[in-house]
Ligand binder design. Structure first.
Ligand SMILES: [Zn+2]
Length: 209
């Protein structure tokens, strides 16, 4: 596990951060995840990324400036498309909001990501999303169970941030420090590893991060 200087990881205190959910590794499928702080940094006065499961986070969504919702169902209504609020200008090019659907709440980024699958998004999206997260004080990312889509997205963001550089290592880190069930199926694991290689290729070419 590499520790980038801009990141203030609290690995020593992880049990405190995790709370009781850290003890629930043996509880299968039905267990939920309350918001768990996974990454943070000092940029722009400080930012932090929390992840969890829909039912684990539902009572505290008001506390976050940015919500990355991977369930495909807005917490404010029913939409089946990527919805990027207008005040995330760097991410607007990923917006799929048809003209007759109003913008969802300003702070919710809603992705259309099939359960157990992978989303239809360019790799650059995850780099741009991470850049955006650095400007939000608190970001909450979640899917239904907090495992497959949430685990995959979190690994992609850890890689985009630079604290992890290897796909499988990112997955193992998250399995150890958040939940042993993250990243579901070969498609999601492959996406994480392909993204890690894509980033590395960019870095090698002097164009990447
Ligand atoms: Zn879990």
């Amino acid at each position: 596990m590499s520790k980038g200087s801009v990141f203030d990881w609290h690995l020593d205190n992880f049990d405190n951060i995790m709370g009781s959910s850290a003890l629930n590794y043996d509880v299968k499928k039905s267990h939920g995840h309350k918001p768990t702080r996974i990454m943070e940094g000092d940029h722009n006065g400080g930012w932090a990324l929390y992840i969890g499961s829909r039912y684990g986070v539902r009572d505290s969504t008001d506390e976050y400036d940015t919500i990355v919702n991977l369930t495909g169902n807005s917490i404010f209504g029913e939409y089946k498309c990527h919805i990027i609020p207008k005040h995330f200008p760097k991410l607007m090019k990923y917006n799929e909001v048809p003209p007759d659907i109003p913008q969802a709440a300003e702070r919710e980024i809603l992705l259309n990501w099939p359960n157990y699958g992978v989303p239809h998004l360019q790799f650059q999206f995850w780099v741009d999303l991470f850049d955006q997260i650095k400007y939000s004080k608190k970001t909450l990312l979640f899917c239904l169970g907090g495992h497959g889509r949430t685990g995959t997205a979190t690994c992609l963001l850890m890689l985009a941030s630079g604290v992890q550089s290897d796909g499988d290592e990112a997955i193992l880190w998250l399995r150890k420090h958040y939940c042993s069930e993250v990243v579901e199926g070969s498609q999601q694991r492959e996406l994480v590893n392909r993204f890690a290689k894509w980033l590395k290729k960019g870095a090698d070419n002097g164009k990447g991060r």
